[in-house]
Design a protein around this ligand. Sequence first.
Ligand SMILES: [Zn+2]
Length: 309
Amino acid sequence: MQATVKKTVTFAGVGLHSGAPARLEIHSAPAGHGIVFRRADLKPAVDIPARWDRVTLSKLCTLMDDGNGVTLSTVEHVMAALAGTGIHNALVTVDGPEVPILDGSAAPFVRAILRAGIALQAAPLRAIRVLRPVEVRDGAAFARLSPADHLEIDFQIDFSDAAIGHQEKRLDMANGAFLRELADSRTFCRQADVDAMRRNGLALGGTYLNAVVVDGARVLSPGGLRHRDEAVRHKMLDAMGDLALAGAPLLARYTGHRAGHAMTNRLLRALFADPAAWTWETCSSALEDRLPGAGVASYDLAATDWVAA
Ligand SMILES: [Zn+2]
């Protein structure tokens, strides 16, 4: 069955790059609606469906475009939260060009969605089954989708900064794994990159509280890391949000090696460009039980094993 939120969920924060105050609301929507973003600050308001083919430029974040130059950036964490809680239909209004960054993770979105409650809708749910491997590459980096009976995410990163270094993690995303393992992991960056972004007028809303900032072996953010491998967990969170732009739950194994937003979007474009690589599948109840949002509860979100740097 499809699902939406029981009541409106509201967030207030700032955009990571613009630094501008931003308010976001998640409203319930009827079955078959899908996830749609609305730039509510514009007159008339502009709607942008949360779909892979509306992503334009996605180097630092995932940027949606309505096709006429109206954009909304940094949608990936709220998309991950919606997918991770099994919300298929919602109207997400934002009163500016950027989704508020909150604490840099998906946990505030997840917590509020669960508090509002999830309303099941009497409509069958369709998933996208990947039938054969699809891969995109860029030098040593690659992203791949291959057939699987439920969503799996397998990720590796390599950073020269000793505070991050080589990290790899693989998760079966069924059974609330997103909430327990990924949702609270924050955006991360290097101090040198922050300085460069600031010179280019980016990351103006970034602080040591909404991003993990590292400098060589040091973690500069107070309180240190939430997980020793918080960086790769956040990359998996981003992948979850970017894959949700497929428009339906994916039955596939995603492998990301030094991949990012742009590469995951290229991967979805490659998938949908090949009709033999995927098919729609109406979910049986057994299949629904293996989707990331099945049976999740707020206790899944409990932040465990936070460690000091
Ligand atoms: Zn992110």
